[in-house]
Ligand binder design. Sequence first.
Ligand SMILES: Cc1cc2nc3c(=O)[nH]c(=O)nc-3n(C[C@H](O)[C@H](O)[C@H](O)COP(=O)(O)O)c2cc1C
Length: 180
Amino acid sequence: MKGIIVHKGKYGATRQYAEWLGAELKLPVQPADDLTKEKLLLFDYIITGSSVYVGKLLIKKWLKQNSVLLGGKKLFLFIVCGTPESEPAKQQDIIKRNVPASLLDSQNIFFLPGRLVKQKLSWKDALILRLGGWVEKDPVKKKAMLSDIDGVKIENLSNIIESVRKFTSGTAKLSSAEAL
Ligand SMILES: Cc1cc2nc3c(=O)[nH]c(=O)nc-3n(C[C@H](O)[C@H](O)[C@H](O)COP(=O)(O)O)c2cc1C
């Protein structure tokens, strides 16, 4: 089974998770924009990762453009963002708005805590965030939007690593049984 990790983020949180996964699972890691359809066809399973900006997954367009090809493969998706586990409805909304229905398999979608460092943001992103903070009524959420966060930790990858390993060892067993 050949796998690849494809990522699209902005400030490095998604890339960091992709690189940790690549090292742990011994898989190649590539930015989504550098990958051709011809190359993608060579893989049996694909782990895609992307961050969220104003409700939009950066990899949304890429998922749509490649949905037919991806539909024929095993797909894992990790979403890096600020929406925590304690807000399942918001997480579901991100999935609904960004992942083509044909690729929906919630068991293979993983939310990972992101990173936000105000000083590193472009002026446009900093402004969007400040405007979001101003309109937010909930004081806790307001404070969270206006301060730095760093939830990027290698331990967050344990569930996705377990799922990928379960899939690869399951298919390996299946092919050796078929060979008998
Ligand atoms: C301008 C801006 C908008 C964001 N919008 C959202 C959002 O709508 N939902 C969310 O959960 N996180 C949001 N985030 C948090 C990012 O998804 C998070 O910082 C992520 O780790 C960025 O990863 P990256 O560095 O790989 O792009 C936003 C961050 C910024 C700077």
